[in-house]
Design a protein around this ligand. Structure first.
Ligand code: FE
Ligand code: FE
Ligand code: ZN
Length: 278
């Protein structure tokens, strides 16, 4: 069964997102834990959460993915900014304990010319401060396009972070197809080799989610501009190979393409049509 959904606005609450997902034939979704620019989170509405948990069980919605605000920078040069990232993520994780089986994805950060090694140390250090042995939420590092001084532009950088985290069983990776293609991993002509490399460097057992996005820019452009499925440099045929690949097909796929709900629904229908049920 294809587990697929898209990014949804969380402004109307969890039950509303669940209903939107069902409307477009999605069985999972992603949402921002708070304003993506990093504001204060709304107080938790436990009634809404409870209603959502029931609804999602009934409708087969699972593996939902929370996304941290993308403005957080765990390896900022400024200590205050690093503190802010840490406190925000710790608060997010606390809140996610109310959502069974959820995962939490974040952009590792930008080292702002301190060097990737320093960035990696700061990110792992933050994780070691906020991860708790009893937490159920798995925290995912997102593969990045390598824009500016982004950390996580290569599988090696992600592995370097993972190797420094103590509660490593709480960690995983989310592979963003636009980002890795922009970063120089050729998912179009060498998908098998890219996955072998991921397995060798990080381990495919760490791969927990896929952001399914086409790219507006050519291979290795380090730009990070998402395109609609089939309309970018990756193309539909490669997307179909990705969702059907034996090493990926059981993972949850999340669309972050430039679409409104209706457009997401059309992409989900198109991908379902091309998924080979086993
Ligand atoms: Fe992201
Ligand atoms: Fe992404
Ligand atoms: Zn992106």
């Amino acid at each position: 069964m294809l587990r697929i959904g898209c990014h949804l606005s969380s402004s109307k609450g969890f039950l509303a997102m669940g209903k939107e997902a069902v409307k477009i034939n999605a069985n999972t979704f992603q949402f921002f834990t708070r304003n993506p620019r990093g504001g204060k989170a709304k107080p938790l509405d436990l009634e809404d959460l409870d209603a959502f948990v029931h609804f999602s069980k009934e409708r087969g919605i699972a593996k939902i993915l929370a996304h941290a605000p993308y403005t957080l920078n765990a390896c900022a040069k400024d200590e205050g900014l690093r503190e802010f990232a840490k406190n925000t993520m710790a608060d997010d994780l606390e809140r996610l304990s109310y959502l069974p089986e959820s995962m939490y994805n974040f952009h590792p950060g930008s080292h702002v010319k301190q060097g990737a090694e320093t960035g990696i140390d700061l990110i792992a250090g933050m994780l070691n401060e906020i991860l708790k042995p009893d937490q159920k939420t798995i925290v995912l590092l997102e593969t990045m396009a390598g824009k500016g001084t982004e950390v996580g532009r290569s599988f090696e950088e992600l592995q370097a972070i993972l190797s420094k985290v103590e509660l490593t069983e709480k960690m995983g990776v989310c592979l963003d197809t636009c980002h890795v293609y922009d970063a120089g991993y050729d998912l179009v002509d060498h998908l098998d080799e890219v996955l072998e490399e991921f397995d060798r460097v990080i381990g495919l057992n760490r791969l927990r989610a896929v952001h399914l996005n086409d790219s507006k820019n050519p291979f290795e452009s380090h730009k990070d501009r998402h395109e609609k499925i089939g309309e970018g440099s990756i193309g539909l045929a490669a997307m179909v190979r990705i969702i059907n690949h034996p090493k990926l097909r059981e993972l949850p796929f999340f669309l972050e393409t430039p679409n409104e709900l209706e457009g997401y629904g059309a992409e989900i229908a198109l991908l379902r049509e091309h998924y080979q049920e086993s």
